[in-house]
Write a new protein. Sequence first.
Length: 223
Amino acid sequence: MQLKIDLLRHGETTLSHTLRGSTDDDLTELGWQQMQQTIFNDQMDQSSASSYLVSKNWHVIFTSPLKRCALFAETVSEQLSIPLLSDPQLQEMHFGDWEGLSPEYIYKNEPELLANFWQQPTQFTPPNAESMQNFQSRVFKALKNIQLKMLENNLQNALIVTHGGVIKLLKCIALQQPLDDILKMSAELGQLNSFVLDSETMQLQLLASATLEKDINMLEQNK
């Protein structure tokens, strides 16, 4: 069975200028609007929003428990009257001592460490942070859990409200790229990225979109 999963990255947050990882910061008003415009379509008024959402054919919503994802997911779940499941394995990578710090601050104080992490994140882990290998394992467990829940309940379409790192990791897997390319992937605030998951092989396919073209161009430029 082919499972359709749409991954929505949260919008702008109060700490969007930092590596907030597992820090539980709030969406800004703009961040909420970014997600709402993507899901409800900025051409729709609230009276027609419900019918627009139904056209997405989502049967279930999975979300990271962090507020910047969960609060919006709850709103969509209520709007559609479909189940909402929270999974801590869908959280962003934990950045350890770099949590809540801006890249500019880290570069000023630890330029070599930051450069190493940007260039080879599988080889260099921020101080006291989650390793890329552990992050990959955790996200794959979340994906497996999503697959099992959808198969158990005969569901084919899911919305997943999550974080940039999770989306970029799944893009690397779908495009069969090394994990060191994860930071070259796109995952814009408040935007959807659509995948097809083969329920038997667990293979991911990234559906054609403007973001897919952007990712491929970025990879070509970095060869």
